[in-house]
Design a protein around this ligand. Structure first.
Ligand code: ADP
Ligand code: MG
Length: 211
């Protein structure tokens, strides 16, 4: 099926939140070595708030759901990464029609615009050892997908994000706090790129189960 229903997207965000919460120790571990150690706890705080909000509410349209998730992330996380991960889900909202479902081509545009909005806000680009090193390949894979299956579409996004997070091990950080660590960052993946890969993995697993 080419479309994703708002109720499925709702489940996708809940599952993504649970996966981020579960992976908090690993995110903390890597951000403790190449950052200031707060990425895991920040993400956990943000996604715990999102999960709670999603369990209390229902949403009629895709943009309404995306907006609620973004605002809750920015509100509850604060700091640089609150804005960055909030923008991931907010930046492309104008690409979602006021409908209870979205076609995968619409979702590709939505995530693509979200990526562009992060580049603009963060004054960053791929290859600087940030979450963009997972998100950019993911949005390219979604744009390039030419099949008709939402699960396959998210699988392509996740595989590209995971490969990008893995490749971020070889990059020297140019943005954010890890840029203070120079060559010491090499060998470890960027924490935000790992988080991005976790989000897409959860999206894929949820859509796959809904088939
Ligand atoms: P902080 O940098 O405020 O301590 P976190 O530790 O929660 O925030 O998040 C760090 C992550 O945020 C990094 O791993 C990186 O992926 C992402 N990040 C930081 N700065 C930028 C930026 N300018 N553009 C894109 N992503 C960024
Ligand atoms: Mg940090």
């Amino acid at each position: 099926m080419r479309t994703v229903d708002v109720s499925v997207m709702h489940e996708m965000f809940i599952s993504a939140a649970e996966c981020i919460i579960e992976k908090e120790p690993y995110l903390t571990e890597i951000d403790s070595i190449i950052g200031d150690g707060d990425h895991g706890t920040g993400m956990k705080r943000g996604f715990t708030a999102v999960k709670g909000m999603l369990e209390r509410n229902t949403y009629d349209s895709m943009p309404e759901l995306a907006k609620a998730v973004s605002i809750e992330l920015i509100r509850s996380m604060g700091g640089a990464s609150g804005v960055i991960f909030g923008t991931m889900f907010f930046g492309g909202i104008s690409r979602l029609t006021e409908d209870s479902k979205a076609d995968i081509s619409e979702l590709a545009d939505y995530f693509y615009e979200g990526e562009k909005a992060i580049e603009k806000r963060g004054k960053s680009s791929p290859r600087q050892k940030t979450m963009l090193d997972a998100l950019y390949p993911a949005v390219c894979a979604m744009k390039a997908y030419d099949g008709d299956d939402a699960a396959e579409f998210f699988e392509a996004a996740w595989r590209a994000a995971a490969a990008g997070a893995e490749e971020s091990r070889n990059l020297i950080s140019r943005k954010g706090r890890s840029s203070n660590f120079g060559d010491e960052c090499i060998g470890l993946p960027d924490p935000g790129a790992v988080s991005t890969s976790i989000l897409f993995e959860a999206f894929y697993n949820t859509v796959k189960q809904m088939k």
